[in-house]
Write a protein that binds this ligand. Structure first.
Ligand code: BYC
Length: 331
């Protein structure tokens, strides 16, 4: 099973008869779409589930900078370079909003980051794949940010106030990211035959990992049922994956690219595309640390953290001095 490291204390959905009166009142507020705020009482398992999901999300934003960062120095034009840098900075900002949202649940950002570096918690599987050429930057924006928005728009309505509010701004920025990726793909598809072949190759490599981003199938998803009951998740993994496929296949056609799935077909009756089977063994291997770039990502993350030590120390020293000056002035 994919879930093993973070114990939220729950292994099945709690039904109403097993709930204390306080838990029943909490569930009634969730059912009535009342947002939960940091000072409200909440079941411990709800809190832990949020800490797990929000921190994985924060780590994904931060690690997600790495595959793109490789291409800042190699972007084909000054304009593309400026756009890519802005996008990567946005991802850092998303990480910060999300770590802040997690901190409202009584955990410290430093501890969360320590857990990431120790390999105790996950980040999105997608960032363990390499970016081999410029078309990959287009494919990441188009497919990876496209999948991220599909998953994150419903999270703007999730039950936990600080997470929902962070998602509103993140989603606005993600849609710009998706457009910039599609714009790169359009430029490559309208370019030379070699450029179009690069775009096709990038789609071939990123398609299936993008579908895996939505997590295991509903039948295998251990957390979905309870998370949906608590409105931490509003749509299931398979529902979101299907929406992504339905949205993205026509975009690939518009680009003149072929989706690398021989079984892909339009089902006029259901009004949805049907896809071939996902290679879940690959997904599990990536989650276990055996993707093409897992080790490299964590190594580079740790190095960046260590290199930034002096900045954190300087910021803390500055904050201490300012607080001392302010308390002297107030005395
Ligand atoms: N990668 O019971 P399930 C982005 C884990 S985009 C790694 O279905 P849940 C970005 C899952 O954590 C990406 N692990 O879990 C885009 C659980 O393990 P644990 C970030 C995965 O939580 C562009 C186990 O498998 N987005 O940030 O109900 C540029 C069982 O799964 C994955 C978010 O994090 C995966 N793909 O549903 C830069 C969105 N899928 O924890 C950045 C918020 C599943 O028990 N998160 N697992 O050890 C979510 O919506 C949900 O957490 C998921 C998984 C749909 C991802």
């Amino acid at each position: 099973m994919y879930a093993q490291m973070v114990d939220t204390g729950l292994n099945k959905v709690v039904d109403a008869s097993q709930m204390s009166p306080q838990e029943q009142a909490f569930q009634a507020r969730i059912d009535a779409d009342v947002k939960v705020e940091p000072r409200d009482w909440m079941p411990e398992a709800y809190r832990r589930t949020l800490v797990r999901q929000i921190q994985q999300h924060a780590h994904s934003e931060v690690v997600g900078q790495l595959p793109e960062g490789n291409w800042v120095t190699r972007a084909p034009t000054l304009k593309r370079k400026a756009i890519l840098m802005a996008k990567i900075q946005d991802e850092a900002g998303h990480g910060l909003y999300l770590y802040s949202a997690a901190e409202t649940l009584g955990v410290s950002r430093d501890d969360l980051i320590d857990d990431l570096h120790a390999g105790k918690v996950k980040y999105s599987s997608i960032f363990n794949y390499p970016t081999l050429n410029w078309a990959d930057i287009g494919a990441i924006g188009w497919l990876v940010d496209g999948a991220a928005i599909m998953n994150q728009i419903p999270l703007c309505r999730c039950s936990y106030g600080p997470y929902a509010r962070a998602m509103v701004r993140i989603c606005k920025e993600e849609s710009f990211h998706q457009r910039q990726g599609f714009d790169i793909m359009m430029a490559m598809c309208r370019g030379s035959a070699d450029q179009k072949a690069m775009a096709q190759d990038a789609l071939d490599r990123w398609w299936w990992p993008s579908l895996m981003m939505f997590g295991p199938s509903d039948a295998e998803s251990v957390h979905s049922a309870q998370s949906m009951r608590w409105k931490i998740k509003l749509l299931s993994n398979d529902e979101l994956r299907q929406r992504f496929v339905d949205q993205t296949v026509p975009q690939a056609e518009y680009l003149g690219l072929r989706v690398p799935d021989p079984a892909l077909r339009w089902n006029a009756q259901s009004g949805h595309y049907e896809t071939g089977p996902i290679d879940w063994a690959e997904f599990q291997a990536v989650l276990r640390g055996h993707g093409p770039c897992n080790r490299d990502r964590i190594r580079v993350r740790k190095e960046a953290w260590d290199d930034g030590q002096w900045v954190r120390e300087a910021a803390m020293a500055h904050a201490r001095k300012r607080a001392e000056r302010e308390s002297r002035a107030a005395a």
